[in-house]
Design a protein. Structure first.
Length: 225
C-alpha cells in the first residue's frame, strides 16, 4: 500500500507461490510516478522485498544507517522511504528503546541538516501491534467473499516538519495510502488507482503560513538489557 496503493499479497496463491501469473508485481507505483516527472527517490533499508522485486536497481536501495549521514550532509533525494529493520525495528523480541534511539538519531540529523526548511517526514508503523483499540475500523472495501479489506485497526503516525501544526491531532480518516496522496499533491503526480485518488491528503496537519519550527536535538534514552 505504501508503494503502489494495492497489494497482491493477500490474494496470493496458498503455498507461497510468488511468481506470475499467480503473484505479479506489475502495477504502477509511487516511484514510477516520481521518475516520470524527473524526481529523484531512494529506499533506505528496503521498504520491503517488493521494491527490489519491482525495480531490480541496486543503486536505489541503500543501507538504512546511511540515511542520517545523507540527511546531515543534505544529500537526500526528493522523496525517500526509510525503514527501521532488524534489531532496531521495534518488533519483538527486539528493544523498543533501541528502535526509539535509532529513530531519534535519524530525525535529529534531518532536522539539523540543510534540508530541514523544506522537509516533511511521516513517522508511522506498519501494523497496529495487537493492542486494544476502542474504535472499530470502518469498512470501505471488501474482498469478493465480503470480508473486510480496508480499514484495519489504527496505527500511530507522527508528522514532523517545520510547518507541522504543533500539538495538532487530526480527526480525519487516513491510511497508509494517504501518504501517497500527500506526495502526489506536493509533486503534482497522477494517482495510481482509486484508493489513493480518494484518500485524504493529510494537508490539515500542516500550516504553511506559520513561523517555521526551529530544529532541535532529540535525546537518546539509556536502554537496559
Amino acid at each position: 500500500m505504501l508503494v503502489g496503493a494495492q497489494t497482491p499479497v493477500i490474494n496470493a496463491v496458498a503455498g507461497g507461490n510468488n511468481a506470475c501469473p499467480a503473484f505479479c508485481l506489475d502495477f504502477p507505483t509511487l516511484p514510477d510516478r516520481l521518475m516520470d516527472r524527473g524526481r529523484t527517490w531512494q529506499d533506505y533499508g528496503s521498504l520491503t522485498w517488493a521494491i527490489n522485486h519491482l525495480y531490480q536497481r541496486p543503486e536505489l536501495i541503500a543501507d538504512a544507517n546511511r540515511f542520517a549521514l545523507d540527511a546531515a550532509h543534505g544529500d537526500l533525494p526528493d522523496f525517500c522511504y526509510v525503514i527501521m529493520d532488524g534489531t532496531v525495528s521495534g518488533h519483538p523480541p527486539y528493544s523498543l528503546c533501541a528502535a526509539q534511539n535509532w529513530a531519534a538519531t535519524a530525525i535529529s540529523a534531518l532536522m539539523n541538516g540543510p534540508l530541514w526548511s523544506s522537509t516533511a517526514l511521516f513517522l508511522t508503523w506498519d501494523e497496529w501491534g495487537g493492542f486494544y483499540d476502542h474504535v472499530a475500523p470502518p469498512k470501505v472495501e471488501a474482498w469478493t467473499d465480503g470480508t473486510p479489506f480496508r480499514y484495519g485497526w489504527r496505527v500511530p503516525t507522527i508528522v514532523i516538519s517545520p510547518y507541522a501544526r504543533p500539538g495538532y491531532v487530526s480527526h480525519q480518516l487516513y491510511s497508509h495510502v494517504s501518504l501517497l496522496r500527500f506526495t502526489e499533491k506536493i509533486f503534482g503526480l497522477e494517482p495510481l488507482n482509486f484508493r489513493d485518488q480518494q484518500a485524504g491528503d493529510m494537508l490539515d496537519c500542516f500550516d504553511f503560513s506559520q513561523e517555521p519550527i526551529a530544529p532541535f536535538l532529540l535525546t537518546a534514552l539509556g536502554c537496559s538489557g
